[in-house]
Write a protein that binds this ligand. Structure first.
Ligand SMILES: [Zn+2]
Length: 124
């Protein structure tokens, strides 16, 4: 009986990809894609022999769109800075690259606001 059910399982999975190294059918699995700010589950395939994992282009594209919507992607060129204190207020210094890129000058105004779990600084 287990043989029959195993055969049925094999027949129903005709779209399974084949591992390029081993030439074996790959098993469908829920894989986790890691993004800078979290992970997302995504349908993929794993080779039971060598452990090679693949995710279809469509599934990977859908996952990265979800990651972007959820804010899991690190903004390009993001820089980590330490919060300092200026008087009784907290302060963050602006990196030189950004100062040059936006031609920022002392006394210029910026707008500060929050979006989801981020603090955004926009030149006015
Ligand atoms: Zn393999």
């Amino acid at each position: 009986m287990s043989e029959a059910s195993q055969q049925q399982e094999e027949n129903s999975s005709k779209n399974r990809p084949i591992c390029h190294s081993c030439g074996l059918d790959m098993d469908e699995r829920i894989l986790k894609i890691r993004y800078p700010k979290g992970t997302l589950p995504v349908r993929g395939f794993v080779c039971s022999k060598c452990g090679y994992e693949i995710i279809s282009f469509e599934d990977a594209k859908a996952a990265s769109e979800t990651a972007e919507r959820l804010g899991l992607l690190e903004p390009e060129g993001a820089i980590t800075r330490k919060i300092t204190r200026s008087g009784d207020q907290l302060a963050v210094s602006i990196p030189k690259d950004i100062e040059r890129e936006f031609d920022l000058k002392q006394g210029a105004k910026v707008r500060i606001y929050t979006k989801h779990d981020e603090i955004i600084l926009a030149p006015v």
